[in-house]
Structure formats: C-alpha cells, structure tokens
Design a protein around this ligand. Structure first.
Ligand code: SF4
Ligand code: SF4
Length: 457
C-alpha cells in the first residue's frame, strides 16, 4: 500500500519545534511499577467532581467504582488495585493545586502486561446498541485521554439538537517528546479500530477519519493494514496530516481535514463533529466488549534527564515519584518535571502528584535546558514583528491580549477573545523579544475566572 507520509492537510499558523521523540519512540509499552499505594483523584475530568463511595478502612477490589456523581458532565472513578482505603485526603493536582483523592493501600498488585484484553474474531459492533455503548462508556469512567479529560459519553451520545456526521480519531500526538499514542497505534491497533467502530455506532457518524501526522509512517501503515482486515470499514479512512504543532488540537484538526471552523467559544458537535483520541478509542473497546473500567493508562516518561525513558502501562493514581524511580530515577542534570510535554505541560513541584486519566507524559528537563532558556529569555520590548500573530493557530493577537493583561485591563483582554486561547505556547516560542505571552494569557484567564466567580448568581 502506498502511504502518503507528506500529509498535505493542515491548519493556518503553528510551529515546528524539535520533535525529540527518538528517546522513547521505539520503546514498547511495558508494565509500570508494582505500586504499594495509589491516590485516585476525585476530579480527573472536565465537569462535576465525584463523591467518594467508600470510607477509610473499606476494602476495595480492582475495578470497583469508588467515586461517582449524578451530573451529566462527569465520569466515575475506579480503583485500579485491590486494597484498603487508607484515607480520603488532599493531594497535589497539576491544574487545581490541591484536590481530594481516595488513597488506597495495595493488598498485592502485580504489574500487568495487559494481556487480559483480547479482541475476539467474531467482534461485530452491530451486536451493541447505541444506548448500550454510551452506558458502558459512562460506567467505565472514560474521558478524553489526550490531555483534555472531557467525559466521552457526553461527546458520543446522540443529541437531536446537534446531529453528528463526522468522527475524527486523533492520532497526531504533535507535542514534542510524547510517544504513548504512537505506541498504542502500533501495539493495540485492532482494539483501536474496534473502539472506533463502537464510537461510530453510538454517535451515528457516517464518516470517520483517523488523523496521523506524516512523521509516523509506521502507524499510518499499520492502521491502514488493520482497516483492510476488518469488515465494514469502508467509511473509515486514515488521513496523513502535516507534521506541525499543534496539529492535534481539536479545532486545528477539524480545520485541517474538513476545512470547517468551530465557532469561537463553541464545541465540535455544533458543526456535527466528534473528535476522540486513539487511547480513548482503545478504552471504549475495553469498556464495551470486556466491561473493563478505565483504571490504567500508558504514560510516556521521557526527557534527557530520565535514566530509562519509555512508555509504561500504569495504574491511574500512581505517583510521579514512583514512576520516575521505576524508570531508573532522574540524572543529576534534572531540573524540572512536567506533566505533559514541553509546550503544553504543567511544571509540578510535588513528585507525589498522582497520574490521572489525562496524564499522557512525564517530561524531565535538564538544568542545561532550563538554564539556556533562562539566559535566552531576557525579556525586551515588543518590536512589533508580528510573528506571534502569524503562528497563532486560533488567529488571535497574542501581543495585544498580553499587553491588556499586563496592565490589568481584563475587559480589553476579553474583547480580544482571551478565552479562545488554547495555551499552545506557539506565540511565546517564536517571540524574539522573549515576552512570555502565553504566561500572561494564562494569568489573565485565571484572574477573569476569579472575577466572574465573585459575581452574585
Ligand atoms: S495566543 Fe494562545 S492560542 Fe495563540 S499562539 Fe499564543 S498560546 Fe497559542
Ligand atoms: S512576537 Fe514578540 S516582538 Fe513580535 S509582535 Fe509578538 S510580542 Fe511583539
């Protein structure tokens, strides 16, 4: 089969940072550490926080639901191990600062190679109704595993007000260093296809595109080959897209493939589109076919300061510290630990921070990288070069927004659509004056959110 690895589909703007994926790209998915304790966060998704279903001292089984909420936009959480609830306490959370977690001490836990999921030869999505699939996805607590954490049931459930036509499966993984989705595409290919077919059935979409960046020709090839071996795959097409950051952003992917714009402040279903990550598709297959909740995920542990970079299959709730130690620890050069990659990742100070359903990577940067960045980042005045405008994938004016935030004109920042910023970091990356544009914008968004909370009603 001829594979178009050039990937002509793309979006306006974006950048080409060094990929750095060679550190972990060829490392097969391996079982993670034999954890003695996990901390399962009650808020791992966009939407309402779960309430704990257990108390201190309760015994819990692996796969047992331990937190849930009645709200439509929410997702239950499950214990990944058999053990005892040690406490329900605050733990560091990359986004929220501190948040409640159910801490479980393991009775015993053997790291698994995940051989328990087998796709049977007689798999046929026609054996499942749309309602059955949506309910299984909800009960399994599946959320977007590419980083966003949006509850998947809400995305795929039919909605007469917003009928869905197109399902886009996101296999771009455009962020530097991260390779977990790439390995999943190579190693769990059939499972992804099964998950796609189930999601197509549930959502009622008539066409499906699997978007993969042109720098992953092997993944493009194996997905195409797998589609040939599955019956009823005619409406599913693999689309090689241009290798460019942030190609994996939902809005950018829709623009690249369908040439459509999601309205500012809107969501893809408004234009009949659903976007799911490849790992999420694999989780859908597990949930629907094998009744398995989302208790584990693949995390890339990477960066020049990690002794043994790789892709590890770990229980959700494993601490960053346990996982880094399992990878041989960090070298003396280590300086900064990020949850995620270097562009959109969040630096953490507490290594006890637990892995959540949305944690795709841990990246450890070196003192040299940080030092170089600090030296290079002596900020000067804006020279009005316009580069930040050219690369912004959301077509914003980063310099004007940052300026408004700097001088506390939040209403002006709002009038420049600060909320539409996806915090991709492209503007800061290219700014020759080293202005931390994304930093200003993130701060402005936090201030605005606080301001709005104070408004009565
Ligand atoms: S303004 Fe926001 S969306 Fe635009 S480049 Fe900067 S960080 Fe990215
Ligand atoms: S890239 Fe930097 S220097 Fe150029 S216009 Fe934007 S803020 Fe100003």
């Amino acid at each position: 089969m001829k594979v178009n690895v050039k990937g002509r589909f793309s979006f306006p703007g974006g950048i080409h940072p060094p990929e750095k994926k060679d550190l972990s790209r060829e490392v097969e998915i391996q079982p993670g550490p034999a954890v003695k304790e996990v901390a399962v966060m009650l808020s791992q998704h966009i939407g309402a926080v779960c309430q704990p279903l257990n108390r201190k001292g309760d015994a819990v089984q692996a796969g047992q639901k331990i937190g849930d909420c009645d709200a439509f936009v929410s997702a239950p959480v499950h214990s990944p191990i058999t053990g005892k609830v040690k406490e329900i306490a605050l733990r560091s959370h990359a986004v929220l600062g501190r948040s409640s977690a159910i801490v479980i001490e393991a009775f015993s836990y053997s790291p698994t190679r995940r051989s328990y999921f087998k796709l049977k030869d007689d798999f046929d999505e026609k054996n499942y109704s749309a309602g059955q699939i949506c309910e299984a996805v909800r009960q399994a607590g599946i959320v977007g595993m590419g980083g966003a954490g949006f509850p998947t049931r809400v995305k795929i459930e039919p909605n007469p007000q917003m009928p869905k036509e197109t399902l886009i499966i996101n296999g771009c993984e455009c962020e530097p260093y991260i390779t977990c989705d790439y390995r999943i595409m190579l190693e769990w290919t059939n499972q992804i296809i099964a998950g796609i077919k189930l999601a197509r059935k549930a959502s009622g979409c008539s066409q499906v595109f699997i978007a993969i960046e042109g720098n992953k020709p092997k993944a493009i090839e194996v997905m195409n080959r797998a589609l040939e071996s599955f019956a009823n795959s005619d409406s599913i097409k693999v689309i090689p897209v241009k290798t460019k950051y942030p190609q994996g952003g939902e809005r950018q992917l829709i623009k690249a493939i369908l040439k459509k714009d999601v309205p500012t402040g809107g969501i893809p279903p408004m234009i009949g589109v659903v976007v799911l990550n490849v790992a999420t598709a694999a989780a859908i297959a597990e949930a629907v076919i094998s009744d398995l909740p989302l208790t584990h995920r693949v995390v890339t542990v990477t960066g020049e300061a990690v002794a043994k970079p790789g892709n590890y299959y770990v229980p959700i709730g494993t601490s960053v510290e346990d996982l880094i130690e399992f990878c041989g620890g960090v070298t003396k050069k280590s300086a900064k630990v990020l949850l995620g990659g270097p562009m959109m990742g969040i630096a953490i100070a507490d290594l006890k921070t637990p892995i959540t359903k949305a944690t795709n990577a841990i990246t450890v940067l070196t003192k040299e990288q940080i030092g170089r960045a600090k030296f290079a980042r002596r900020q000067t005045a804006c020279i009005c070069c316009g580069r930040c405008l050219e690369v912004c994938p959301e077509n914003l004016n980063p310099t004007k927004i940052a300026h408004a935030v700097k001088y506390n004109f939040l209403d002006v920042a709002e009038s420049y659509y600060i909320s539409a910023c996806m915090e991709c970091g492209c503007c800061s990356y290219v700014c020759p004056a080293n202005i931390e544009l994304t930093g200003y914008i993130k701060t402005g968004k936090i201030f605005l959110a606080r301001q709005k909370k104070k408004i009565p009603g």
